[in-house]
Design a protein around this ligand. Structure first.
Ligand code: MG
Length: 292
């Protein structure tokens, strides 16, 4: 039977932009529910500076509080070496890095240039190799940038190849603000996958009136088998009206299940987890009426 991997980003990418602090116990419950639903890969939190993102200030407590199930990989975003060192103390098997193809977006999001970010990802890879930790690397704004507009896919290709050379075992192509369409969601991942020799390729779509599912399907048809989703479709950015939630995991799994494609995730349980995730969100309710 055909199968795909789902990389669950709800506890991190979904909750990170929430303007009201979500209790640590609720974050732990979300991760535990995702584990129980059969998720095998969960991005638990971000070891970002709590001054910048207070919502993720309890990263260590969340990691210490979750019930880890064998066979499940619990990872976290590390924006820099400081974050990596904090993650190391929590005994992670996998860390996740992020940078944009767009200079303006990278500057706004990470406060450094694309070249500086590349050096940072290289440094994290070097340290991770020594520590025996895997590195997954996101490329943001692959399908378009809210500031710069259309992006040249060659930029994403160059960054993906650089990540591969640094040692990242997986690269995820991010459609940060839901700008992809089924043509670009087919062509860009196909072009990049054809050039990678070691690293695996994933896609990470954001909501746009349901277009995210068409985009995931287009990438599936292009040969991609790793998909990022957030239970409940949480995410977005309260300061950027263009930034919508992540693709909802429970609808993504429903789509694959109907196609006869295994995800390893229990449909009923992930739907319940999606409903629970939505109860944690303030942003989602602010957005009601903003159809997305
Ligand atoms: Mg996202």
């Amino acid at each position: 039977m055909e199968s795909v991997e789902i990389f669950e980003v709800g506890p991190r990418d979904g909750l990170q932009p929430e303007p009201v602090f979500v209790e640590t116990a609720k974050k732990i419950e979300l991760v535990n529910r995702l584990t129980e639903a059969g998720c095998k890969r969960i991005e638990v939190t971000s070891f970002v500076n709590p001054k910048w993102v207070p919502q993720m200030g309890d990263a260590k407590e969340v990691f210490q509080g979750i019930t880890r199930k064998s066979g499940v990989v619990y990872s976290a975003l590390v924006p820099n070496m400081k974050g990596f060192e904090r993650a190391l103390e929590c005994g992670l098997e996998e860390v996740v890095t992020i940078m944009s193809t767009s200079e303006s977006h990278n500057k706004k999001n990470l406060n450094c240039s694309v070249a500086e970010s590349l050096k940072g990802v290289e440094e994290i890879n070097r340290a991770a190799k020594q520590a025996g930790i895997r590195v997954r690397s996101y490329i943001a704004t692959v399908f378009g940038c809210p500031i710069e507009g259309a992006m040249d896919p060659k930029k994403a290709l160059d960054i993906a190849l650089a990540f591969e050379s640094f040692g990242s075992y997986e690269v995820s192509l991010g459609d940060t603000t839901g700008m992809a369409n089924p043509n670009s969601a087919y062509a860009i991942p196909k072009m990049i996958a054809a050039s990678l020799t070691k690293a695996r390729l994933a896609v990470h779509y954001h909501k746009y009136f349901g277009l995210e599912f068409a985009n995931n399907l287009a990438s599936y048809n292009a040969g991609i088998r790793i998909f990022d989703g957030a239970a409940g479709g949480l995410g977005g950015c309260p300061y950027a009206p263009g930034a919508r939630g992540n693709c909802a995991t429970e609808i993504l799994t429903e789509m694959f299940h109907r196609m006869g494609i295994e995800t390893g995730i229990d449909q009923k349980k992930i739907e319940e987890t999606g409903e629970f995730a939505q109860t944690l969100s303030t942003l989602l309710h602010q957005k009601e009426g903003v159809k997305c």
